[in-house]
Write a protein that binds this ligand. Structure first.
Ligand code: GAP
Length: 514
């Protein structure tokens, strides 16, 4: 655990030191769970957004994008169920006065048991090697069987108390499991209460005529209310999708873990409208397609897993998370939900307007079913950033910090460095920057010894360093150093553009999804 904490602390401090993420309004001591993206962070975030947008909108002829407003008519949130049901169950520890999400306390307890099982499995795997049969081990090892049974019982009871909104039962579950507050170490808990997560605000000039509004807690509803507009004006045929990226706001009470859980964050969502009855086929399709998108970034298959929901939201008939191995363990990165016709039907009811699709093949109208993919942009950022940050021991025993960002997402693709600050080398280096900047974000750096500049670019995540030396003046060649291998090649200046492009082009990275 201490190692995990250290790793996470490193991620947070590196993000600040290298201009990726700053606490919001830091000169006033910051604002809890609100963050600003700095000069490099904004580029990484933009590149992730573009990588998502290209794969969703550009690569699918039946998906189009929109950008709906953050403010929406307040009835939207009545129809979507957010006014009545967008709650978190909270519990306080009377001794530490700390507040927790009751469901998270139970889920974390359950995950600890799961980690113990995984440890036993790993140990046995190491002992038996090739001959190891994991399935059989899980079914027969007494410790694993007992722990799995405990997990299953917790899951059943957690699902029950959530579905029945049995708040007293929720508290009892926490007490029965012996869960204590990590700060006070006691089980002196208050009752569990429901807390609505939407931020309220007002629209209008005078206090009496002002209209109560909510800041949107998800971008999805902007898509639902525009479903017919897009379908008609885009002459879209089912199945088709509408994609959107944008800010969402939630008054998260237990907002910890840096940009993992924020109060103001960005979502990248896509609603796929399908014929009723075909939703399961598309649900499976999008689960697989979205996992492929994540895997294309090359962070490693072992860092992802699916988690099928035990408790379904009020609108869903199937739901799964793609979980990622964050520095604090496996947690939700993206949700894939089969939302039935809940949202469109509900908007029909509340607005009195028909939101139906006319199927010209069957001459019938129906309310489409929806499969949604929803990933947090900030969470994607944290996943990519935290997994890329590595400390390496080199052959000579020294260490280097390297941010192995997928080069397609790296804020700066190349840094151009004159070996020394005279003899005409800076001029040549600046000319290279001038030529490359039409295609890539490139930086010029002449300060400090070249070795230190390499280290700095490694820590910034820049995939290439291009060094201009005296030989450059004679033969128009430079050295290009690769961040990950530290290998250096001598190449012609005229070849730089193609060489960098081959490595960073979105086309090449997205091709990996095929
Ligand atoms: N439209 C469906 C929806 O909003 P969700 O599971 O509540 O579903 C989708 O959110 C994704 O948005 C999550 O998987 C996560 O990546 C991101 N997300 C949700 N709440 C967040 C928060 N407070 N801070 C950062 N990201 C968040």
């Amino acid at each position: 655990m201490a190692k995990q904490d250290d790793l996470f602390k490193n991620v947070v401090s590196h993000a600040k030191e290298y201009g990726y993420i700053f606490p919001s309004s830091e000169i006033y001591d910051g604002l809890s769970a609100v963050y600003d993206y700095a000069q490099n962070g904004v580029e990484l975030k933009k590149n992730i957004r573009e990588y998502w947008w290209k794969s969703m909108v550009q690569m699918h002829e039946n998906i189009v994008g929109i950008d709906a407003a953050i403010f929406m008519h307040p009835t939207t949130w009545k129809a979507s169920g957010h006014v009545d049901a967008f709650n978190d169950p909270l519990i306080d520890n009377k001794d530490s006065k700390k507040r927790y999400r009751a469901d998270v306390l139970v889920e974390e307890f359950r995950e600890k048991i799961n980690e113990k099982i995984q440890k036993d499995v790993d140990k046995a795997q190491a002992k038996f090697g090739e001959a190891f049969d994991e399935k059989q081990f899980r079914e027969t090892n007494p410790n694993v069987v007992r722990r799995q049974q405990q997990i299953d019982e917790i899951t059943v009871e957690l699902t029950r108390v959530q579905e029945e909104n049995d708040l007293e039962g929720f508290r009892q579950l926490i007490i029965d499991l012996g869960i204590v507050c990590p700060v006070s170490g006691t089980a002196n808990w208050t009752e569990v209460r429901q807390f609505n997560l939407m931020f309220g605000t007002k629209l209008g000039a005078s206090a009496d005529s002002a209209m109560d509004l909510y800041l949107r807690p998800e971008t999805a509803q902007g898509i639902f209310v525009n479903f017919l507009n897009v379908q008609k004006t885009g002459r879209m045929k089912i199945p088709f999708g509408i994609a959107q990226t944008g800010k969402a706001f939630r008054n998260e009470i237990v907002a910890r873990q840096f940009i993992f859980r924020m109060r103001e964050f960005e979502q990248m969502e896509m609603q796929f409208f399908v014929k009723p009855g075909e939703e399961m086929k598309w649900y499976e399709y999008w689960k697989e397609t979205r996992l492929k998108w994540h895997l294309s970034l090359g962070l490693g298959r072992k860092n992802y897993r699916f988690h099928d929901h035990d408790k379904l939201a009020h609108y869903a008939n199937a739901a799964a998370d793609i979980e990622f191995d964050f520095p604090f363990g496996f947690k939700e990165l993206e949700g894939i939900h089969s939302r039935t016709d809940f949202d469109l039907s509900s908007h029909e009811k509340y607005s009195g307007k028909k939101l139906q699709y006319f199927d010209t093949e069957t001459n019938t109208s129906y309310v489409p079913y929806v499969v949604e993919t929803s990933v947090g942009l900030d969470r994607m950022f944290l996943a990519v950033f935290s997994k890329s940050l590595q400390e390496e021991t080199l052959e000579d025993g020294s260490t280097r910090t390297v941010l192995r960002l997928p080069s397609v997402l790296a804020p700066t693709k190349a840094a151009v460095l004159p070996l020394i600050k005279r003899d005409g080398l800076p001029e040549v280096a600046k000319q290279i920057v001038e030529d490359l900047k039409w295609d890539f974000n490139v930086a010029y750096d002449e300060k400090d010894a070249v070795g230190r500049r390499y280290r700095r670019q490694d820590a910034l995540g820049t995939p290439f360093c291009i060094t201009v030396d005296h030989q450059t003046l004679e033969d128009q060649t430079v050295t290009i150093r690769h961040r990950d291998t530290m290998e250096q090649q001598r190449v012609a200046i005229a070849d730089l553009r193609n060489l960098i492009n081959e490595d960073v082009s979105m086309r090449n990275w997205l091709m990996k999804m095929k």
